[in-house]
Design a protein around this ligand. Structure first.
Ligand code: FAD
Length: 393
């Protein structure tokens, strides 16, 4: 991997930095549960869309900027460094990329430009009450009826379903086939009659995911991505894109740096335990090194993607596993640093909460990081079998 920018890449980096310096909204929180929580976020996304920068590496013919994977990486890194909201999410991060690889011309022309407007949210209808890690056990049924499929069943943990215009859905179309073979991948209009979205509130007291019920929901046949009954294989492409999310390593490093600054600045007022907690110094140092390791992993993923055109397989699992477990360690260290003050959050203590309550919120929220997108145990299984060639347990 070449770490230095080419002259063109350096020029692009400067262009983005200048753009961010003048246009970045001051009030848009990074990582807000609601993608459009602040008016500033919507205006910022519109400015990115006007420059074709919602997904700079998408093809020009569908409204992208046709940039290289490396330029896209530079773009993501610069936004993350500046703590500017990144247009990631399901639409840009993995539904759109799956459409680019497997969609029909008609589907690409319809959906990609709309995603690139920065104004639509998609959700992912994979998990069910009886099908999470064992996703191929899913039971939501889609039955052919003329030019439509009629869907009945239930999805769960569907992030952002309450904001979404479209869903990528996995449903069983051949109940007699072996379980990995009878699944089809659909695009669903979330306004279709028969869809009910019910909120689920997580332990960080935030409404991010939902239950979604389907009762005789009609989906046109033209909304199948790929071939009927071959959806399982497309679902793997989507999951690789999901797991290779780059940019979060920059966020991990910044959080550790913020914690170090806070620890030093608040020794005297005892809001940081640095003065009397002997192990904290060492822990902060360990987290700092680990954040550097995570950054190197994201470089590896992006250089593989640049060479091979598709996201890597087990390497994405390595990055996902390491990055999400690191996130939990970082916020455990943060809670140790804050001691009793760590219990204060933005809701209960307002602006008095240390680090605006981010440590407490993320300490609770990060628990889910090692579950969403496939649990750590599943990533370990993938790395062991597909990466190291070890036999199944
Ligand atoms: C915040 C969040 C957001 C999510 N968003 C979405 C979404 O938008 N769309 C969507 O479809 N899903 C979503 N999910 C669901 C997520 O993909 C599943 O929760 C996950 O795949 C695990 O499935 P499960 O919850 O059914 O747990 P289970 O599969 O029941 O697992 C229970 C435990 O058993 C372990 N286990 C299971 N099988 C094995 C095995 N073979 N070897 C070793 N250990 C095993 C697991 O690691 C876990 O610890 C989200 C989840 C979270 C937490």
């Amino acid at each position: 991997m070449e770490f230095r920018d080419t002259p063109d890449e350096a020029a692009f980096r400067t262009e983005i930095r200048n753009f961010i310096a003048t246009e970045q909204p001051k009030d848009a929180p990074r990582g807000a549960a609601d993608p459009f929580a602040m008016e500033g976020t919507r205006a910022w996304l519109k400015k990115l869309a006007d420059r074709n920068w919602i997904a700079p590496a998408w093809p020009r013919e569908y409204g992208g900027a046709g940039m290289s994977v490396m330029e896209q990486f530079i773009f993501n890194s610069e936004l993350a460094e500046a703590r500017a909201p990144r247009p990631f999410g399901i639409a840009v991060g993995f539904a759109g990329p799956t459409l680019i690889v497997h969609g029909t011309e008609e589907q690409k022309k319809k959906h990609l430009p709309e995603i690139l407007s920065g104004d639509v949210v998609w959700c992912q209808g994979y998990s069910e009450p009886g099908a999470g890690s064992d996703l191929a056990a899913l039971q939501t049924r889609a039955v052919r009826d003329g030019d439509d499929f009629v869907v009945n069943g239930q999805k769960i943990w569907t992030s952002g379903a309450h904001w979404s215009k479209w869903m990528i859905l996995l449903a069983r179309t051949d109940p007699d086939a072996p379980k990995h073979r009878g699944i089809t991948y659909f695009i669903v209009d979330m306004k279709s009659p028969g869809i009910t979205v019910r909120p689920l509130v997580n332990m960080a007291d935030s409404h991010e995911f939902n239950e979604v019920f389907f009762e005789d929901v009609r989906i046109p046949r033209t909304n199948i991505i790929g071939e009927e009954n071959r959806g399982w294989y497309l679902a793997q492409t989507t999951l690789s894109f999901e797991r290779s999310n780059i940019g979060s390593a920059v966020g991990a490093r910044q959080t550790v740096e913020d914690m170090v600054t806070f620890a030093k600045e608040h020794v005297a007022d005892h809001m940081s335990t640095l003065a009397h907690n002997g192990s904290l110094r060492g822990e902060l140092m360990e987290r700092y090194i680990e954040a550097q390791v995570a950054t190197m992993m994201s470089y590896k993923i992006v250089s593989m993607q640049a060479k091979e055109g598709v996201p890597p397989g087990h390497e994405a699992s390595v990055a996902k596993l390491y990055g999400t477990e690191l996130n939990q360690r970082i916020y455990r260290t943060g809670m140790k640093m804050l001691g009793l003050y760590g219990q204060l959050d933005g809701k209960s203590a307002g602006p008095e909460a240390p680090m605006k309550g981010r440590v407490k919120y993320m300490y609770l929220r990060a628990v889910a990081n090692t579950v969403e997108g496939g649990t750590s145990e599943i990533q370990r299984n993938i790395i062991a079998t597909r990466g190291l060639g070890l036999p199944r347990a």
